[in-house]
Ligand binder design. Structure first.
Ligand code: DP6
Length: 333
C-alpha cells in the first residue's frame, strides 16, 4: 500500500489560461508544454493504512493544514473512489527545486501524487486516465505525466473524459532544446493562477480574441516542434506568452505578474536576437515574474550570461527536456 514516484515540472509553450469548468479543471483551450529535467523534480511517497484516522501530508518538511491538506485529501478521494477503499493516507513530498526559486510546483506535485497514490492502491489505469486524474488536482499537472513535448487536448465533453494530455515527441527528439530559467525577485503578493484565470474569463474581452488565436498557435507550434525549427517556435512562444499577459492586463481589476526585471529580460532577449540576426531565443512567463528563455544548446551559454547580468535576477539555471515521471524503489518514509 506504499509507493513513491518522481515527476518533473513542465513549462507551457502555448499557455493554459482559463477554465470552462472550474470543478473538473476543464480548459477553455488546448496547450503545449515542455517537460523539464530532474533539476525541477518532486518526489512523493504515499502510503494508505487502515490504522490512520485522517489523511496527513508533509510538504518539504512542513505539515500541511487547512485548505492545502483539504485539496490533497480531495485528490486522494478521487483515487480511493475507483479503488473502493476508505483508508486514509500519509503523504510525504519533497521538491528539489532550486532554493528560493519560488516556482509553482503544483504540476510536478500533483503528477507525482496521482501516480504514487494510484500505484499504492493497485489501480490499473492507462496514462491517459492518470493524466485526467492529475488534471483534477491541478490543470497543468496532466502534462507532467510525459517527458519531452506534450499537448493537453481541450476536449469537448462536459464530463472531461476527452480532456487529457498526450506526448507529441520524447526528449530524445530535440536534444539541443534548452530552457534557461531566470529566478526573479518578487515584490508583490501573488494572485493565484486559479483566481487570475477566473477573473480573465469573466472580465476580459481580449480573451475572446485569444481563444480564436490559440488553435492556430497550437498548429504552428506542433509543426515547429516536428521540424525542430527553433526560430519559428521561439517567435510563437513569445507571442503566446505576451498574448496571455495582455489578457491578464485586460482583466478587471488587471492582473500583473511581470515586473521591471521581467520586462528587462524581454528587451534583452529581443536585443540578443537582433545581434544574432536570427531568433535564437524566446521568453515565456507564467503566473509570476520568473523568466523561461527557450533556446538551443549553441546559444545557451550566451543566454545564461545575459540573464545573469540583469539586475533583479537572483539565479539562472539551464534545463534540458526531461524524460517524464518514474517510479522510485526508495521511499521517503
Ligand atoms: C500560467 O495548472 O497551476 O502556468 O488548474 O488552477 O491548478 P490550476 O492552474 P495551474 O495553471 C497554470 C497556468 C500557467 C500556464 C500553463 O502552465 O499552461
Amino acid at each position: 500500500m506504499k509507493s513513491t514516484f518522481l515527476a518533473t515540472a513542465n513549462i507551457a509553450l502555448v499557455k493554459y489560461w482559463g477554465k470552462r469548468d472550474e470543478r473538473l479543471n476543464l480548459p477553455t483551450n488546448g496547450s503545449i508544454s515542455a517537460t523539464m529535467d530532474e533539476q525541477l523534480k518532486t518526489v512523493t511517497t504515499v502510503a494508505f493504512s487502515e490504522k490512520l484516522k485522517e489523511d496527513e501530508a508533509w510538504l518539504d518538511g512542513k505539515k500541511a493544514e487547512g485548505k492545502e491538506l483539504q485539496r490533497i485529501s480531495e485528490h486522494l478521494d478521487l483515487l480511493r473512489h475507483p479503488a473502493k477503499v476508505s483508508w486514509k493516507a500519509k503523504v510525504v513530498s519533497e521538491n528539489a527545486f532550486p532554493a528560493a526559486a519560488g516556482f509553482a510546483s503544483s504540476a510536478s506535485g500533483y503528477a507525482a501524487l496521482t501516480l504514487a497514490a494510484a500505484k499504492a492502491l493497485g489501480l490499473k489505469l492507462d496514462t491517459a486516465q492518470l493524466s485526467m486524474m492529475a488534471r483534477r488536482g491541478s490543470g497543468s499537472a496532466c502534462r507532467s505525466l510525459y517527458g519531452g513535448f506534450v499537448e493537453w487536448q481541450r476536449g469537448e465533453k462536459h464530463d472531461g473524459s476527452d480532456s487529457f494530455a498526450l506526448q507529441l515527441a520524447p526528449a530524445s527528439h530535440w536534444k539541443e532544446f534548452r530552457n534557461v530559467i531566470a529566478t526573479v525577485k518578487k515584490e508583490r503578493k501573488k494572485v493565484s493562477s486559479r483566481q487570475g484565470m477566473q477573473r480573465t474569463v469573466r472580465t476580459s474581452r481580449l480573451f475572446l480574441k485569444r481563444l480564436d488565436e490559440v488553435p492556430k498557435t497550437l498548429q504552428e507550434v506542433k509543426e515547429t516542434i516536428r521540424e525542430k525549427d527553433g526560430a519559428k517556435l521561439f517567435a510563437a512562444v513569445m507571442r503566446d506568452s505576451n498574448n496571455m499577459h495582455a489578457c491578464m492586463l485586460d482583466s478587471r481589476p488587471p492582473i500583473i505578474y511581470l515586473n521591471d526585471t521581467s520586462r528587462t529580460v524581454m528587451e534583452s532577449v529581443e536585443a540578443l536576437n537582433d545581434a544574432a540576426g536570427e531568433i535564437a531565443a524566446g521568453y515565456s512567463f507564467d503566473a509570476g515574474p520568473n523568466a523561461h528563455v527557450f533556446t538551443e544548446e549553441r546559444h545557451a551559454e550566451a543566454v545564461r550570461k545575459m540573464l545573469a547580468e540583469i539586475e533583479g535576477v537572483e539565479g539562472v539555471q539551464v534545463c534540458r527536456l526531461g524524460e517524464g515521471p518514474r517510479e522510485l524503489k526508495k521511499h521517503l518514509f
